[in-house]
Design a binder for this molecule. Structure first.
Ligand code: C5P
Length: 231
């Protein structure tokens, strides 16, 4: 096997297992894994912490003035070997997963200046290849030149169950109905926003993992990489 370090872009709907697939692929290929959604979540956490949201409305003007004060980076946890997101020097890996953040993140992600800032960071992280990044606009905007583009989807109730289990394991109190409402609303906002909406690009390969296990999903993609002789 040669050691060509390619870029792999994984896009798709909320809670469809994109990050799990990206993480598994990166581990298998010894690539960098970046969950771009965590960066939008970090800016949303900043928005909440600074009280820049009132009655569900973001104080866009103040947020834009503060954008240059938002510093996002990743640090690899030495024990778990998984990337931790650092917001202005603080590890916020768990805090960004709360329902409060999930409720506002798609609104924050609609703001073109926020996207511009994060896309720039994401391109910088991926400039040397050897990266698997997941999100909503990775194949379309961040790395349109990526060698492999995947568009992941799964049945909505399967996605709700997965997210519900995940939140329960973190002792977060939430009902399945609330989880479903959040996923449906985010998918709608993400697919219909003006700036870089979520959509399957023509060259992206569709993966429906409704009936696939984690291992089966990884094998499907590894076989794709092999059959296309990508690395
Ligand atoms: O991937 P995750 O569900 O954590 O992403 C949270 C939100 O961040 C998405 O619902 C979307 O609004 C936004 N996002 C985005 N573009 C990306 C990644 C995430 O707009 N590349």
């Amino acid at each position: 096997m040669s050691y060509k370090k390619i870029k792999i872009a994984i896009d798709g709907y909320s809670s469809c297992g994109k990050s799990t697939l990206a993480k598994d692929l990166a581990k298998h290929l010894n690539y960098l894994f970046v969950d771009s959604g965590s960066m939008y979540r970090a800016i949303s956490l900043f928005t909440l912490n600074r009280n820049l949201i009132k009655n569900n409305k973001i104080n866009k003007e103040s947020l834009l003035k503060s954008l240059h004060n938002i510093n996002i980076s990743f640090k690899i946890d030495t024990k778990t070997k998984s990337p931790q997101i650092i917001l202005n020097g603080k590890n916020v890996n768990d805090e960004i997963r709360t329902p409060k953040v999930a409720d506002i993140v798609s609104k924050v992600a609609e703001i073109p200046e926020v996207r511009k800032k994060l896309v720039k960071e994401q391109r910088k992280i991926g400039k040397n290849g050897g990266i698997v990044m997941d999100g909503r606009d990775i194949g379309s905007i961040v790395f349109p030149d990526s060698e492999l583009k995947l568009f992941v989807t799964a049945d909505i109730d399967v996605r709700v169950n997965r997210r519900f289990k995940d939140l329960k394991s973190k002792n977060i109190e939430i009902s399945k109905k609330e989880v479903k409402m959040n996923l449906v609303e985010r998918d709608l906002r993400d697919s219909n926003r003006k700036t870089s909406p979520l959509k399957q690009t023509k060259d992206a390969i569709l993966i429906d993992n409704t009936l696939l296990s984690r291992k089966e999903q990884l094998d499907v993609v590894l076989n794709l990489i092999k059959s296309k002789k990508l690395i």
